[in-house]
Design a protein around this ligand. Structure first.
Ligand SMILES: O=C(O)C1=C[C@@H](OP(=O)(O)O)[C@@H](O)[C@H](O)C1
Ligand SMILES: C=C(OP(=O)(O)O)C(=O)O
Length: 428
């Protein structure tokens, strides 16, 4: 795909689609609960549709009614074994959370995915689940396909997490909901807490004390009405675009800014970006975000901040190429096990466009500001890399940009290119 270059100006408003993490969980909790769950703002993107189809294959009735998704939950006991192995596509969140959730179900199932999923580590989920007496196995004990033989004999555990991962935490908590006794998870760093929020929202009982989370099984959840706010991980591309493109102003209404996800807003402020947060909705934990073109300063991104902006790091790396000074991203080794090795791929693709960016064992060092130029770049099938490169092309001063494997953006944001085009005032 040929991208727009030549220092574009971005003006306007984009309503980014629903949060991916919350959308996945809306299906999972709706299916686990008893009664009807109605979801407004569900993200209709490939990853969340993988979760939707999986639960339909387990016999759960899920239908669209106007702008809502309606899930008819009859509890975990009502799940049925699918006739064949289920393909979860590119979605790490689906395969990891569902492995925990289904470990305590009455069904047998094998889950597999695409070439990227087949390389992502699963032992991090299997190790605690095996301690809970789950019957789960994986290729070479670490990779998809994963086979789950559900059992009603799960036992609660106390688990100190060796990685900062909301997916691992959520898999254990979802298993713990139907295990006997208490499950205690102690996080390495605080990660996104949508699972904990939704356990409460669906009538469950959970105690949170800093990084320690406790729940007792078995629990019975009740169907709910839910609103999914816009995804800050999708908004991040337009936040950065508005900051680095010339003479720009971009407004993003209804973006989820819950504390465990809002790290990018702190980074923009630390870099002296012009950011306004308006219309805060405390119940929905959302707000309108507005950015203007800015003179940016380098910063250091590390430690407890990393899990609060983990998926935004490729686009933050682009932001840093336009900041004065040396930006250091460290403690981000988890980036190596995402859809691609995002440390290597971010650096190698941005370097093709002239960025001054080095990789380290756990992050990136970026010297700025640098002018970017045209190149043939590649998403490597990673949605977040594809969208980052499309934003980079907007500030290219010479040459053209060709993006290979652009279709990967549909994993989390199918309307990305048309939303970007609407800010520029012409279709891409
Ligand atoms: O729980 C979730 O919804 C997610 C957790 C994060 O993964 P890890 O738990 O592997 O950090 C994140 O990168 C992913 O996009 C979504
Ligand atoms: C890492 C991501 O997703 P997942 O782990 O669900 O594949 C992402 O969306 O950036």
């Amino acid at each position: 795909m040929k991208l727009l270059t030549n220092q574009q100006q971005l003006i306007g408003t984009v309503r980014v689609p629903g949060d991916k993490s919350i959308s996945h969980r809306s299906i999972m909790f709706g299916a686990l609960a008893h009664g009807i769950t109605r979801v407004t703002g569900f993200l209709e993107a490939e990853d969340c549709l993988s979760t939707l189809k999986l639960f339909q294959a387990l016999g759960v009735k899920i239908e669209r009614e106007g702008m809502q998704l309606v899930i008819e939950g009859h509890g975990i006991e009502a799940f049925r074994s699918p006739r064949q192995a289920v393909d979860i596509g590119n979605s790490g969140t689906t395969i990891r959370l569902v492995t925990g959730l289904l470990a305590a179900s009455p069904i047998d199932v094998t889950l597999f995915g695409d070439v990227s999923i087949a390389k992502r580590p699963m032992a991090r989920v299997l190790i605690p689940l095996l301690q809970m007496k789950a019957q789960v196995s994986a290729r070479e004990e670490n990779y998809a396909p994963i086979t789950i033989k559900g059992t009603n004999k799960l036992q609660g555990i106390t688990y100190r997490m060796p990685v900062a991962s909301a997916q691992v935490k959520s898999a254990i908590l979802l298993a713990g909901l139907h295990a006997k006794g208490e499950t205690i998870v102690i996080e390495k760093e605080k990660t996104r807490d949508h699972t904990e929020d939704m356990i409460r929202q669906f009538g469950g009982d959970i105690e949170i004390n800093g990084k320690e989370i406790r729940l007792k099984g078995p629990q019975r959840l009740i169907g709910q009405e839910m609103m999914v706010p816009g995804d800050i991980s999708s908004a991040a591309f337009f936040l950065v675009a508005g900051l680095i493109a010339k003479d720009s102003e971009v407004t993003l209404p209804n973006v989820g800014i819950t504390a465990t996800r809002a790290g990018i807003l702190e980074v923009i402020e630390a870099m002296q970006g012009s950011l306004f947060i308006r219309d805060r909705d405390l119940e929905n934990q959302s707000a309108t975000l507005q950015v203007h073109s800015s003179q940016l300063q380098a910063t250091i991104i590390e430690g407890a901040l990393i899990p609060r902006l983990i998926d935004e790091l490729p686009i933050i790396a682009l932001l840093a190429t336009q900041a004065e000074g040396t930006t250091v991203i460290r403690d981000a080794e988890e980036l190596k096990v995402k859809e691609t090795n995002r440390i290597d791929v971010t650096a190698s693709e941005l370097r093709k466009m002239g960025a001054n960016i080095e990789t380290t064992d756990d992050g990136l060092i970026i010297n700025g500001p640098t002018k970017l130029h045209g190149a043939v770049v590649d998403s490597h099938g990673d949605h977040r890399i594809g969208m980052m490169l499309a934003i980079a092309s907007l500030i290219v001063e010479s040459g053209t940009v060709e993006l290979l494997n652009a279709e990967a953006v549909a994993v989390s944001y199918p309307s990305f290119f048309s939303d970007l085009g609407s800010l520029i005032g012409e279709g891409l």
